[in-house]
Design a protein around this ligand. Structure first.
Ligand SMILES: *Cc1c(COP(=O)(O)O)cnc(C)c1O
Length: 226
């Protein structure tokens, strides 16, 4: 087995073990391929991994074109400027990083009607860090209500990148906050099924708290080129 195949199996086993230990179902792997070449993506695709996350639009568009012969599901997970929404709406199946209405409205208008609705997660600044993107939990109900009315968008759930924590219990506490906010929105009538949380260093804690989509880069592909 080569490294990529080995890493994929290791992560799949970690996901499976954590799912069993915490009685979670429906945990899916998003392979975060930013700063990694199309050849690595193709190799993972052939091993059965079909969902890929990208953060930088120009880089992503080149790889998407190179891999057009594959049925990859592309997820945009990086910060979004308004002048980027058209190409995101055209080339991606999912967007995890919507944090304001203007962006959602543009994605809705620019989503080609021949494609299924764009799957969207709202990004929450769960640790309330000034430097991080994402909206504050208090702003969330209003944005969720507005986004839900957009016909070419399907609101699927929430995404967060919590402040790094070393202790497992503290990692869980951050993810629990997002899971609780998700439950509140579900009680308010939003049919949400996706919690996008957990990266290479904290995926077990995220699964323990109910992640359905873990976003793994380094543990799968190795260190990124800068
Ligand atoms: C880069 C990135 C990841 C992957 O992080 P790793 O620590 O390399 O697993 C996950 N989510 C987002 C939003 C990212 O930008």
């Amino acid at each position: 087995m080569n490294t990529l195949q080995n890493n994929l199996h290791t992560i799949q086993n970690q996901i499976q073990t954590a799912s069993q230990n915490y009685q979670r179902r429906n945990v899916h792997l998003l392979a975060v391929s930013k700063r990694h070449p199309a050849t690595a993506i193709r190799e993972l695709y052939d091993l059965g991994q079909h969902h890929f996350g990208e953060s930088y639009l120009q880089e992503a568009l080149i790889k998407i074109a190179e891999l057009e012969d594959l049925a990859c599901h592309w997820h945009f997970i990086g910060p979004i400027q308004s002048n980027k929404t058209q190409q995101i709406a055209q080339h991606f199946a999912w967007v995890h990083s919507v944090d304001r209405l203007k962006i959602a409205q543009r994605l809705n208008q620019q989503r080609p009607t021949a494609l299924p609705p764009l799957n969207v997660c709202l990004q929450v600044n769960i640790s309330q860090e000034a430097s991080k993107s994402g909206l504050s939990p208090t702003e969330l109900p209003e944005l969720a209500n507005a986004v839900r009315k957009l016909p070419n968008i399907r609101l699927r759930g929430l995404m967060a990148i919590p402040a790094p924590q070393k202790e497992f219990a503290q990692q869980r506490a951050e993810f629990r906050k997002l899971a609780q906010i998700q439950q509140q929105l579900i009680h308010q009538g939003h049919p949400l099924d996706t919690l996008s949380m957990g990266m290479s260093n904290d995926l077990e804690a995220a699964i323990a708290e109910g992640a359905t989509l873990v976003r793994i880069g380094t543990a799968l592909f190795g260190q990124r080129q800068t």
